[in-house]
Design a protein around this ligand. Sequence first.
Ligand code: FES
Ligand code: FES
Length: 167
Amino acid sequence: MLSLSVNGQAYPVDVPDDMPLLWVLRDVIGLTGTKFGCGIAQCGACTVHLDGQAVRSCVLPVGSIGNRAITTIEAVGNTPSGQKIQQAWLDVDVVQCGYCQSGQIMSAAALLQRTPNPNDADIDAAMSGNICRCGTYVRIRAAIKQAATGKQEILQTLVSAPEGAKS
Ligand code: FES
Ligand code: FES
């Protein structure tokens, strides 16, 4: 029996040590906000935080976690960086189909936590492993900058851009 700390709560789980954390979160604990995409650490849909660091839960054996704190999309809004990122996501209207977005938000929140005012290179490095089939990358970048600076100008620039340039 393992005990996992998820979103500030202890969860005893009776699962094999090599079961990926994603499976435990979704199918055992019932937190389905974290998504399955590729299952091979290539898309970022399954991103969660381990002691504040973004990790791919689809390839993380649950037995390797120990007492490190797991945070998922369900609770990232309780952290200062997560709260800012989620508000900016709403303000910039980032989401299209939504499937990739919990992973995007988790990667962005981890970035903002360690780099409060990221430049384009910081954003590229942090977000390049998160794939969006709807192509929301421009708005993701704008939302991260807005969360960091609190300035709205980037959004206004996007809104006044031609329709095809918005996403
Ligand atoms: S599902 Fe984990 S990276 Fe794609
Ligand atoms: S919003 Fe649809 S895959 Fe990213």
